[in-house]
Design a protein. Structure first.
Lengths: 300, 306
């Protein structure tokens, strides 16, 4: 059961009070590891133009062997070069931008859609609510990746289209969780009391329902970025994600996979980057769930 | 119980109907024109129009969908635009490979996941437990195609133990099944661990211990059978997760299942095949969820049917 049933009408404390969330987060080694990885990725992405040793799209004259094969990791090119003689490390730094932008935009959109659907269905119910939830059930039965590949392949994929496609298949779980919580909140006494006092729907939703949903949204927002990063990588790997020459970790692997027997670093270094980022968001999200979700407290 | 099963069956049928409608609608409104693909680049406008008429693609949306549904009810998925084959035949020829991979993958997941989950639960709070739980996070976060390529690189390219891709012998099955098995095991090991911990706290375990039974008998004879039940009910949900990931794994390993069929069809906008694979996958997901919901109350009477 993940239904967030708090014992008091006060929403979970996110800021002040003792001890604050960030301090409890800092006590968990795995969460700290996750935060460090995320910070490194963000720093690499933001500072890419300044810290990247080379232009990510420059095809270096000395970037290939005499036979035309990519160079293994070394002093001149830290992570080696790709099959066009471009510096892999610089491409990874710029690729981090793609992963993070898609992670944040796609997941943010999915979260907004999921919240709107879940709150509408859980609070207003009625025919609209029933229709929305049946539609959500239906989306749960959709082979998500197949749908995403199909959509991405048919639209000519750009960064924003890929983000929207991912949002379109990823909002479903959020909607379900938010629906469960909202419908249990809507039946609580303090909501009935508010209504008796004459509060309108807008006030009840904004002041009393939404604040209670914030912890769940933070948890799902964090865990969801991990799913999004992996989905973007999968789409790019199949060649229907963000298109080269814009580097993304998935399309670096897509471009170089034919060389993976002779130049394995071209596949496994970006692969490790994808894994690290997805893992980091999972670790932080899991720790946040333990901290923010009262039903999880004291559990293993 | 019967009423519940009947209700769930009707619900499932409606969900499939909805999936077919939405997929059909999406493929109808999307800016990809299958007729252009069939006719080729050099085709004249008349040729394009005549193909369009032949396939009934000039009809209004609802007419097209109605006709598709009418055929579908009779088990006819239509005809591939480009391969000129019945989609039903294509699906039937590809399904055995996908099902074989599914069974092998789920077995791998269960063996790895349950074993690690039990070990973690028995060592709760110790370094081993922490390591296993961290590794379960790693498997949940690992991109399928990277793990697939890694296993290929180590066991096929370097060591040469298994073929690099393809289908036919048991050796071909090992790496794809292992890829999915490793990735899915993290999910099972977490569920198994918490299920095992719940059971180990139960009174009947204390009774068993109090009777003087050895640790092995308590764990294997009393705790394990009870802890495994809720996990078994999860296999149904796992079928859904498997189905939505097959495109990638099948394309890395050149596995001739419906995932690859779908991938080729998507690239050529072969709509009847895309529809067919989507519906078959959705059917598998729906059956999986249905099994999970129906099996759970049977194996654990404490779970009441709503």
């Amino acid at each position: 059961m993940t239904a967030n049933v708090s014992t008091s009408p006060e929403p979970a404390d996110l800021g002040g009070g003792a001890p604050p969330v960030w301090r409890r987060l800092a006590r968990r080694r795995l969460a700290v590891l996750g935060l460090v990885i995320i910070a490194a990725c963000v720093a690499g992405a933001v500072l890419a133009p300044w810290v990247a040793p080379h232009d990510p799209n420059e095809q270096h004259f000395d970037g290939l062997t005499i036979e035309g094969a990519p160079l293994p990791p070394g002093a001149a090119f830290w992570f080696g070069t790709d099959l066009l003689g471009r510096d892999l490390f610089s491409r990874l730094l710029f690729g981090a931008r793609t992963s993070l932008v898609i992670g944040i935009v796609a997941n943010g959109t999915a979260l907004v859609i999921g919240t709107l659907v879940g709150v509408t269905a859980g609070y207003f119910r009625g025919i609209a609510g029933a229709v929305l939830m049946r539609f959500t059930d239906l989306m749960m039965a959709f082979p998500a990746l197949l749908l995403a590949i199909c959509l991405a392949a048919i639209f000519s994929p750009s960064l924003w289209i890929v983000a929207m496609v991912i949002a379109f298949v990823n909002w479903v779980q959020t909607a379900r969780v938010i629906f469960t919580q909202t419908s249990s909140l809507a039946e609580r006494d303090f909501i009935a009391a508010e209504r008796t006092l004459g509060a309108g729907h807008g006030r009840i939703l904004l002041r009393h329902i939404l604040p209670h949903l914030v912890p769940t949204l933070i948890v799902w927002g964090t865990l969801g970025i991990s799913t999004t990063v992996l989905l973007e990588a999968k789409l790019s790997y199949l060649g229907v994600g963000v298109q080269p020459p814009t580097p993304s970790w998935g399309n670096i692997i897509f471009e170089n996979q034919t060389y993976f027997q002779t130049a394995p670093w071209l596949v496994f270094i970006p692969g490790a980057a994808i894994l690290a980022l997805a893992l980091a968001f999972n670790l932080v999200g899991d720790a946040l769930r333990d901290i923010l979700d009262p039903t999880q407290q004291g559990r293993d | 119980m019967l009423a519940y099963v009947a209700r769930r069956l009707i619900q499932s049928a409606l969900i499939l109907l909805g999936v077919s409608f939405i997929t059909f609608l999406l493929l109808y409104v999307l800016p990809a024109d299958p007729v252009r693909q069939i006719a080729g680049r050099s085709a004249t406008a008349e040729t394009v129009e005549s193909i369009r008429r032949q396939l009934g693609l000039d009809q209004p949306f609802l007419v097209q969908y109605g006709r598709y549904l009418g055929n579908l009810v009779q088990g006819d998925f239509g005809r591939s635009y480009l391969q000129k084959t019945e989609v039903t035949d294509l699906l039937l020829s590809r399904l055995p490979a996908t099902l074989l991979l599914m069974v092998a993958a789920i077995l791998c997941e269960l063996v790895i996941g349950l074993t690690l989950g039990v070990i973690a639960a028995l060592n709760r709070g110790k370094a081993l437990d922490n390591t296993l739980m961290l590794s379960s996070f790693v498997t949940v976060s690992a991109p399928q195609f990277v793990v697939a390529l890694l296993l290929l690189y180590v066991f096929a390219v370097r060591l040469g133990w298994f073929p690099i891709g393809g289908y036919g012998t048991p050796a071909h099955l090992v790496l794809p099944a292992l890829t999915l098995g490793i990735l899915g095991s993290g999910w099972y090991s977490r569920i198994m661990r918490s299920s095992m911990l719940d059971v180990l706290r139960a009174d009947f375990i204390r009774t068993a211990r109090a009777k003087g039974l050895g640790r092995a008998r308590v764990v294997l004879g009393h705790a394990l059978p009870n802890a495994i039940l809720p996990v078994v009910a999860m296999i149904g949900i796992d079928i859904g997760m498997f189905m939505s990931g097959i495109v990638v794994v099948e394309s890395v390993f050149g596995w001739p299942g419906i995932g690859q069929l779908a991938w080729q069809a998507i690239q050529r906008v072969d709509i009847p095949i895309i529809m067919g694979v989507t519906l078959v996958s959705a059917l598998a997901i729906v059956i999986g969820n249905l099994l999970a919901d129906l099996v759970a109350p049977v194996i654990d009477p404490r779970i009441r049917i709503r």
